[in-house]
Design a protein around this ligand. Structure first.
Ligand code: NDP
Length: 450
């Protein structure tokens, strides 16, 4: 069995790889298990040094990694460069975090009580195709910092940057067997990792549907799981907001990465009194999004990941949209920026499209905005645009979502926690919170009596 890796912008074949099965997965888990005792014994200072070297290699080879990612995912090169920069920053952050993940001493009678942090063991990391290298680093950084060894399964569509990163890990001096990459089908390799008795934890990012399968599969061995799943995030625009700024930013909050982003603010909720003005500003701003060749420095949006995914995205557009932008013809899985008017009950507002399609939904007042924003099974991300600071904080409190920004659409920072409420998953990645998902707390009581 082989995996054919395709450039979504040209439909050209980049390379063909062997597809691993259960035996190769088991062998990788065995290698990771064998490497574990020595890796967890590496001193915190040395583990930090190795992670720092990995960060430095990512920086040194940043352009190469950005080109791999751009070609394999179809993402614009400027965005890919930014993502690779973040990957290096993530490894720098966790290099510095190794010796700051402290235990506690807890006041108790008759002795001293202290907590220790232990690694979990061999962890399975399952990564999607939309941000392959970034999402890998969010899991790999804290996993290694905490002393775990890793079997990483990239998405079948986008395995190339993970394979190169594993080479850099070896070059950095991280011992053989600590980082293992297995390229193969999710239903085979991923499933085996989920079921494998020697895998202690699954760090998963992907669809809510597969997340559910992972959670069920993990139950048999009581594996720990972190699930970062789908989203249907609301971008809430109040009439008192800086409408020009909000409208200029909104297209990039949903069309970035061609909308293939779990944080995409694909429900744009606008206060009714400002709806018409905002809609016009949004159309004007969307018209300016530069769609085309991902290798051009000024391109802002590339193609979708695959032909079948484009069919899925297309299926959401049932009537003439409010606005449809331009996209290249011919080879490549192109789809234009699309704005539709909707109610929150429409399919477009309920399901994750994972493409460049945004739904505009009017609301009456603050209470109505909160009701609509929360009326979704998801709860990953979102934005609030208003000049009223008290209202911004009131609404932020009321929204059932893990990551929010006020007068901004950013969701992800190296040092801040990222993750979802409700069916967007659980557990937090990034920041110091990311370490919690890759360690156990051990409590030790030492009697001082007698
Ligand atoms: P999936 O959830 O199918 O894939 C995510 C990862 O899980 C991939 O590495 C995949 O491997 C693996 N996987 C698939 N099946 C299993 C399984 N049974 N056990 C363990 N691992 C498995 O996402 P898709 O790529 O199919 O995308 C479908 C939809 O999911 C998108 O349209 C979008 O709505 C959502 N999605 C959300 C993401 C997010 O960031 N939250 C990211 C990607 C998708 P393989 O690639 O080999 O199938």
């Amino acid at each position: 069995m082989t995996v054919t890796v395709v450039n979504p912008a040209t439909e050209g074949v980049i390379t063909t790889l062997e597809s691993a099965g259960v035996d190769e997965t088991d062998a990788a888990v065995a290698r990771a298990k064998e490497a574990l005792p020595a890796w967890r014994a590496v001193s915190p200072k040395d583990r930090g040094t190795l992670l720092r070297r990995l960060a430095a290699l990512v920086e040194e080879h940043g352009e190469e990694l950005a080109r791999i990612e751009s070609e394999n995912v179809g993402k614009p090169i400027s965005g890919a460069r930014g993502e690779v920069g973040m990957v290096a920053d993530v490894f720098h952050f966790y290099a510095g975090a190794v010796d700051k993940h402290h235990g506690e001493t807890i006041p108790v009678a008759g002795g001293i009580d202290l907590t220790l942090r232990d690694p979990l063991g061999v962890v399975g990391l399952i990564v999607p195709w939309n941000f392959p290298l970034n999402i890998t680093s969010w899991k790999l950084g804290p996993a290694l910092a905490c002393g775990n060894t890793v079997v990483l399964k990239p998405a079948e569509l986008t395995p190339l940057s993970a394979l190169r990163l594993a080479e850099f890990a070896l070059d950095a001096g991280i011992p053989e067997g600590v980082v293992n990459v297995v390229v193969g089908k999710g239903s085979v390799v991923g499933q085996r990792l989920v079921e494998h008795p020697d895998v202690a934890k699954i760090g998963f990012t992907g669809s809510t549907e597969v997340g559910r399968t992972v959670m069920k599969g993990a139950a048999d061995t009581i594996k720990r799981v972190t699930l970062e799943l789908g989203g249907k995030s609301a971008n809430v625009i109040f009439a008192d907001a800086d409408l020009e700024r909000a409208a200029a930013a909104a297209p990039y909050a949903v069309f970035d990465n061609a909308g293939q982003d779990c944080c995409a603010r694909s429900r744009i909720l606008v206060e009714r009194s400002a709806y018409d003005d905002f809609a016009q500003l949004l159309i004007d701003a969307t018209r300016n999004v530069k769609v085309g060749d991902p290798t051009s420095a000024d391109t802002e949006m590339g193609p979708l990941i695959s032909a079948s995914h484009r069919e899925t995205v297309k299926s959401f557009i049932e009537a003439e949209p409010l606005f449809r932008g331009d996209a290249p013809d011919g080879k490549g899985y192109w789809y234009p920026c699309t704005l539709v008017e909707a109610t929150n009950d429409d399919r477009i507002a309920r399901e994750e499209v994972f493409g460049p399609v945004a739904a505009l939904i009017p609301f009456d007042d603050e209470a109505d905005a909160i009701r609509i924003a929360n009326d979704t099974p998801y709860g990953l991300s979102g934005s609030i645009w208003t000049r009223d600071g008290a209202r911004a904080l009131r609404v932020a409190r009321a929204l059932e979502t893990g990551v929010l920004s006020i007068n901004s659409n950013s969701s992800v920072r190296v040092s801040t926690p990222f993750g979802g409420y409700k069916q967007s998953g659980f557990g937090r990645e990034l920041g110091l919170h990311g370490l919690e998902g890759y360690s156990e707390v051990k409590n030790v009581y030492y009697s001082t009596e007698g």
